[in-house]
Design a protein around this ligand. Structure first.
Ligand code: SF4
Length: 662
């Protein structure tokens, strides 16, 4: 049998975007392995990566379009389903503003080509599109104020660190290709510190684990900066040369007291002081930030406070140092104007991502009459999912593109099956964790004529006569939108192996040419001020605290084995959510392991099973998010629509709850 290895990459919404080699025998996909041409992700794939074959072959995968009839979804031909969608869109544009069509897309599957749907809706006249973020937006805005944009160190650089602070992030579960570099740094003598309100697999390799109250990380960072200044450990040479606003920052730091730190963070200030002194003396020292840390209403200020800590110690721009969060290393390599066709729209309108349900239910100008969802499962993943489901039910016509009958697909009137990434060509730009571009070659044929998203758009554009949406194959699209890249990157070679973005500095900001208005690191940001925020990072409180009625903070991280809700597709049976709680606290409440309980927030209750864990602190509980509502899960049903103004970012972790025996 003819065997060949094909270069591709994982398209899941993950820090790592692993480069993959797929082994094909004849026309059959045999296995997936990490591609060693990528020095960060080459060694292995995670559990979710190895599940791609199972996801592709699952018997629950949708292979035919579905149309709702008499309340139920029935199978239909592509002609019938696409004809129905096109006729509804045609009728909408004849009778209403085109912005009464709501287009929802997230990052369920990445890839440059996927964004062509934005051009489609702009060519249609303009739909209502999302703004803000459910993911990383508060931190991205924060780093724009401080550095000019987000740039991260390659994980390979962390082996040069003397200390690594992993803050609000659990890479062992959510981006495991950093772990080998942390372990190597540790072997070379680096101290590993984890700051996370929950126990985690990453914390098991740490020397120190601080577990603050949720949403208080910014105060910890500012207090650490204060201690460093008081102990003459601020790097004044670096500060004087490369930053603006240090004196303003210093004045505000002096007001922070030990009492305030203890009351708000729940951590003995002495422990924070010890950490501050160690961080100040360990040169170079890296800080690695997670997205969890900014899932609060003060999320942006938290990231700004930690950025400031990195700059106070002069760790910015140094090998083994930095404050690494996200990565925007590939700006300008794709013709985004052509891809998105932003200027084509006659009408423009946006909705705030964290307020999806509220928007659909209350918007009048114009009301939402149709929803088109791609690469997303908002009925499960949005905030206040109960409200989103109610909102979906109130809209005349909903179309969802997905491989599975998710909660969103099940609430739709037409469901269009789509291809797995192994069944189509695409390009994946560098993710947060490295600087490699991947070409996803088509590895295998799709089953039974399933169309790609681009082909679906081609058919709809033809039916609707959208002259500004070019009818092109994936190859033609890629050829067109990679024009800017071609001057720097050999696309033929990219099809064979991952390639690093050329011309990058080895270490971000090592040239000290920050992309802020002043050209320096900005402790004090006039841009932030002009945009309605504090010029300095603030030690803001979050908006909720535990009370007698709701005595626990509720934190809802991702499960190791599923990217958000996606891999719950493989779980066939009902799965009652599990609440993880402190063993001693449960005993005091008369609760025991495996008890049937309810967990209640201001938004309602969810049935759950109790799991006891001595590592979790007594004032907080944890539930993994992602379980499907129609199978009994869906913790977002009880998460309120709270958000941070900076980045219009969903504050998923800013919620308190109570737990009761059923
Ligand atoms: S989910 Fe992330 S770590 Fe896992 S294979 Fe995909 S990109 Fe790699």
């Amino acid at each position: 049998m003819n065997k060949k290895w094909i270069s591709t990459a994982c398209t899941l919404d993950c820090w790592d975007s692993c480069s993959i080699k797929a082994l094909v025998e004849g026309s059959e996909l045999k296995k997936l392995v990490g591609n060693p041409e990528n020095p960060v992700t080459g060694g292995f794939l995670c559990e979710k990566g190895y599940k791609h074959i199972q996801m592709r072959n699952s018997r629950d995968r949708l292979l035919k379009p579905l149309i709702r009839e008499d309340g139920d979804l029935r199978e239909a031909s592509w002609d019938e389903a696409l004809g129905l969608v096109a006729s509804k869109m045609d009728s909408l544009r004849k009778n209403y503003p085109t912005t009464s069509l709501l287009y929802i897309s997230e990052f369920g599957n990445s890839g440059v080509l996927k964004k062509a749907d934005q051009r489609f809706f702009n060519a249609f006249g303009g739909a209502t599109m999302p703004t803000g973020s459910l993911c990383a937006g508060a931190g991205v805005e924060a780093q724009r104020y401080d550095f000019g944009k987000c740039l991260s160190h390659e994980p390979t650089d962390f082996i040069n660190s003397k200390m690594i602070i992993i803050w609000g992030r659990n890479p062992a579960s959510t981006g495991p290709h950093m772990m080998p570099f942390f372990k190597k740094a540790k072997e070379k003598g680096a101290k590993i510190v984890v700051i996370d309100p929950l126990p985690s697999e990453t914390a098991t390799i740490s020397d120190v684990h601080l577990s603050p109250k949720p949403g208080t990380d910014g105060l910890i960072a500012l207090y650490m900066a204060k201690i460093l200044i008081e102990n003459n450990l601020a790097d004044m040479e670096y500060i004087n040369k490369n930053t603006v606003g240090f004196e303003n920052l210093k004045k505000t730091l002096l007001k922070i007291s030990q009492e305030e730190v203890f009351t708000r963070t729940g951590i003995d200030p002495k422990e924070i002081e010890k950490l501050a002194l160690e961080y100040g003396r360990a040169k170079p020292a890296a800080i690695i930030l997670g997205f969890g840390i900014q899932r609060y209403s003060n999320g942006g200020d938290t990231i700004r406070a930690i950025d400031a800590l990195g700059a106070v110690t002069g760790n910015i721009g140094k090998s083994g140092g930095g404050v690494s969060y996200n990565n925007s290393v590939a700006d300008g390599l794709i013709d985004e104007d052509f891809l998105k066709g932003t200027d084509l729209a006659n009408e423009k309108k946006t909705y705030k991502r964290p307020l999806l349900g509220e928007f659909i239910l209350t918007e009048k100008n114009p009301p939402v009459r149709m929803i088109y969802t791609a690469r997303a499962n908002p009925v499960n993943q949005g905030m206040d999912a109960t409200k989103i489901l109610e909102a979906f039910e109130s809209v005349d016509f909903k179309v969802t593109l997905d491989m599975y009958l998710t909660d969103t697909a099940a609430a739709s009137d037409v469901v269009l099956p789509v291809r797995h990434f192994l069944e189509e060509d695409n390009i994946i730009m560098p993710p947060a964790n490295h600087s490699y571009i991947n070409y996803c070659n088509k590895v295998v044929e799709p089953p039974g004529g399933v169309l790609s998203e681009t082909e679906i758009l081609n058919h709809l554009a033809e039916k609707l006569g959208l002259v500004d949406f070019p009818i092109m194959s994936a190859d033609q699209w890629i050829d067109r939108i990679t024009q800017p890249m071609k001057e720097k990157i050999d696309i033929k070679l990219l099809k064979e192996k991952p390639l690093k973005v050329p011309g990058l500095l080895d270490i971000p900001w090592s040239d000290s040419e920050f992309m802020t208005p002043s050209g320096k690191f900005e402790f004090y940001s006039e841009t932030a001020e002009k945009e309605g925020f504090s010029a300095l990072p603030e030690k803001m409180n979050i908006q909720v605290e535990t009370t007698k009625e709701y005595p626990f903070y509720l934190i809802t991280p991702k499960l190791r084995g599923s990217l958000h809700s996606q891999h719950f597709a493989l779980i066939e049976e009902e799965h009652t959510p599990v609440v993880y709680m402190n063993r001693e606290r449960a005993r005091e409440m008369g609760l025991k392991e495996r008890d049937n309980i309810s967990i209640t927030t201001e938004k309602g209750s969810l049935k759950a099973i109790l799991n006891l864990d001595k590592e979790i602190l007594p004032d907080r509980v944890m539930v993994y998010q992602g379980g499907w509502m129609k199978k009994g899960g869906g913790v977002n049903r009880i998460i309120p629509e709270r958000y941070s103004e900076m980045g219009i970012h969903a504050a998923y972790y800013e919620v308190v709850c109570r737990v009761e025996k059923k």
